[in-house]
Design a protein around this ligand. Structure first.
Ligand code: SAM
Ligand code: SF4
Length: 344
């Protein structure tokens, strides 16, 4: 994902104290990665590549993408070393992402090595195009959970949004993940006004039918084309009220403060499962953000909407110690702002 250069951001100046998460007296909760606003970081997104086999309209341009040279990406050895240091600092959950993580060769090998670090949670977000062939290997290696992205249940619309994607392959990937032993996959849907927002109810029905938690995500200004505009965002309040009109919803309450995921979860009152909305634009979750990102080139980033990075690769390749890697994480956390929200 790329932060759109065209979109101005406003810095959030403070974090409401009541919204802070992760009490620092929580047992076994190291606070080494606590920022100036009391947020303790325990979640690391690890991007293993900036490449992708698709060109989703809201993410990458159809042509002309510049990719990082292979030599600039962290090797598996380097990723594992950074993950071990992060774990020692209190990172307890890791999600592998990209680009498309399954275009990185031998991903199960990396998963196996990360699984042995001892994280409480080890998950993957994928576009699903290559999942069928490696689902069993990934599970065997220690993968615990998987999110599969799927922006339409109409094959034609799916292909036009997820340029290069095939709905039938992605639906088969969800089945393969589950029959390989993973819990029901979570289905990520980016909603764009006038494109796929008419499918809200259909996705809710899909989740109820399959037992999968569908996560309806507000379109964020992360598109490389810089086409994002606020009017294309479908506010999560609208999403939940439309679903609630068909099937009564109840907030999953109290929220699990040990898992401050950006999805706000609702339960179908009739027992039809759960559904989530990710309101990153209309209700930014900066106050509860406990995430850091490790970009494929080894840059530690403290915010999805910030281009600031703190390179661990440079430290490692100049012979730096684990303590020097830890110092990069601490610097990234110390520099974290209260929040950044798109203002256009
Ligand atoms: N390639 C994988 C995939 O598509 O699932 C993993 C990487 S992708 C960047 C991670 C998630 O971010 C996907 O669910 C994708 O739909 C979502 N995403 C990408 N661009 C987005 C945008 N502009 N707004 C909201 N979500 C976006
Ligand atoms: Fe971006 Fe994922 Fe789509 Fe690839 S599959 S273009 S990384 S959203």
């Amino acid at each position: 994902m790329h932060v759109s250069a065209a979109t101005p951001y406003t810095a959030v100046s403070s974090v409401p104290v009541l919204l802070r998460v992760r009490p620092t007296d929580m047992p076994h909760s190291p606070t080494e990665l606590m920022d100036g606003f009391g947020r303790v970081h325990s979640d690391l997104r690890v991007s293993v590549t900036d490449r992708c086999n698709l060109r989703c309209a809201y993410c990458m341009p159809e042509e002309g993408m510049d990719h990082q040279p292979r030599a600039e990406l962290l090797t598996f050895d380097e990723i594992v070393r950074v993950a071990e240091v992060a774990h020692s600092l209190g990172i307890s959950s890791v999600r592998i992402t990209g680009g498309e993580p399954l275009v990185r060769r031998d991903l199960p090998t990396l998963i196996r090595r990360l699984a042995s670090v001892g994280f409480d949670d080890l998950a993957l977000t994928t576009n699903g195009m290559r999942l069928v062939r490696c689902a069993e290997d990934l599970v065997d290696a220690g993968l615990m959970r998987c999110n599969v992205s799927c922006d339409s249940l109409d094959p034609g619309l799916f292909s036009s949004i997820r340029r290069g994607g095939d709905l039938s392959v992605v639906l088969a990937a969800m089945d393969a993940a589950e029959s390989s032993g993973l819990p029901p996959v979570k289905v990520n849907v980016v909603l764009i006004r006038g494109v796929n927002d008419h499918e809200v109810e259909e996705f809710a029905a899909f989740g109820r039918r399959t037992g999968r938690t569908v996560r309806l995500i507000e379109f964020m200004p992360l598109d490389a084309d810089g086409q994002w505009k606020r009017s294309a965002v479908v506010p999560s309040e609208e999403i939940t009220s439309r679903i609630n009109a068909l099937w009564a919803l109840q907030p999953v309450d109290p929220p699990d403060m040990r898992d401050p995921a950006p999805a706000t979860l609702f339960r179908f009152v009739d027992g039809g499962g759960e559904i989530g909305v990710v309101a990153t634009v209309t209700q930014p979750f900066c106050a509860t953000c406990d995430r850091l990102r490790l970009a494929a080139d080894g840059s530690v980033q403290n915010c999805l909407f910030s281009n600031d990075g703190f390179s661990v690769r440079d430290v490692i390749r100049s012979g730096g110690t684990d303590e020097a890697i830890a110092a990069v994480f601490r610097r990234a956390v110390t520099a974290k702002r209260a929040g950044l929200v798109p203002t256009t």
